[in-house]
Design a protein around this ligand. Sequence first.
Ligand code: NOJ
Length: 543
Amino acid sequence: MADNNADWWRTGVVYQVYVRSFADGNGDGTGDIAGLRQRLGYLSELGVDALWMNPWYASPLRDGGYDVADYRRIDERFGTTEEVEALIAEAHDLGIRIIADLVPNHTSSDHVWFQEALASEPGSAARDRYMFRKGKGENGELPPTNWTAVFGGSAWEPVGDGWWYLHLFDVSQPDLNWENEEVRAEFDSVFRFWLDRGVDGFRIDVAHGMIKDPAFPDVEKVGAILESETTEDHPFWDRDGVHEINRRWRAILNEYEDRMMVAEAWVAPHRLPLYLRSDEYHQSFNFDLLGAEWGAGEFTEVIGTAVTAAEEIGAASTWVLSNHDVMRHATRYGLAKGSAWRKWPVTGPVDALDVEVGQRRARAACLITMSLPGSTYVYQGEELGLPEVWDLPEDVLDDPTWERSGHAEKGRDGCRVPIPWTESGPSFGFGDAEPWLPQPEMFGSLSAQAQEGDSGSMLGLYRAAIAARKEHFVDDQSCEMLDLGADVLSYRRGAIQVVVNMGTSSIALPDGEVLLMSIAPDSTSAGPGQLAVDCAAWVIALS
Ligand code: NOJ
């Protein structure tokens, strides 16, 4: 690595690469490692410190790769282990770290272990690696519990002999039995396999789900599709037993230099610090900001709480506005207040979406996350201002949510549409072939090429904000929340005051030199000394 900073993850800008949709180097319509390697220069210019790679392992891709068939092999559509090693070396040469995504809660049903389990008797060692239970009813014809899968439908699937296996997600994602020592040992080895190949860290999928209540009680409240319940003593989310596993992994990471792990843990805010104890995770995503309604009250509350909690436990906050599982924030912020954006309606927002407001707020949001203490995750394409593609035709939908919800919810494909690199040409420069999800016409005008050289573009704003963040917001991690009234989010970071107008009329900017403003130069400005609605500014206070 170019720099040697053991705590790089505390303040880094991490760029999430959904490899399937980033860049297609071999012309088969699916993004791959070759395509990513060709675009490393773009990422270096953007100024990111690390890449979080969504799962790259061999997989039938029934859940976009979160259904792993072989944890030690790269899916052939994405490339080879040698290409990944080359990617790691090239990224390191540019000072960019690589975070792999590890999926320990479940395997693919194509995994050799699961195939072996299906071919084995109830009670066998092969079945004990998964969560098999006898069904209820005279002949086991009823599911063992009333648990529902995150993608909809029962969380249990019968295997024909009166026994059922648990899948908290898709039917093709059987849950592993983390009480089984062989499972634990296997993951120790998988960790080492990738650490030995040079990955700098891991994003751990469903970090709050591995341990289940051995009594297998029914749940009182059936979970909503694509949401985790955060009730106390839930039979499968956030059980205390996961912490022992966290500690085991941390001990392995500690054998290597400068490595980290970040938890995807959808847990109640007061339980999150438990994952961040010094012998557990380095970081856990803060999804509270992602879930917050646009408005100064809610943003101030979420940010203030997270900053205080991080200071108390000595951890770094980890900010996220978008990822491959939620509606892109440029669209989310353009919806009417109170819109149920998690329940992505089949017909799309049609009249309810204000595209311009969404873009304006997304620009302001960039200046929020880039100026907060801790680290920030950027989901590929948010730096281009890509919106959710809400009108994908039904026959291309790939997210298991679509089928498992009985076509009631379209699911997450709309935020996974391949990136437009050029203004025109086949798949807007994504690759030579028809992309695995179709891109809308307007993607050309949002392409990297269309924004290149335009400092007023979203890309220009991200580049400028990341560069200025490095200069002003990394060394001093203090953050003081300021009260500028009910419509304004404001905080001080060292010499700089961050101000965001989340109300309905212009406000006066504080005195000082404006370092960066979210509003594009050609937008209607609020006039000198003013900050327009839905805009943010970084102001260097007069000394
Ligand atoms: C969370 C991942 O982000 C999501 O994409 C996936 O479907 C589930 N975990 C199941 O692995």
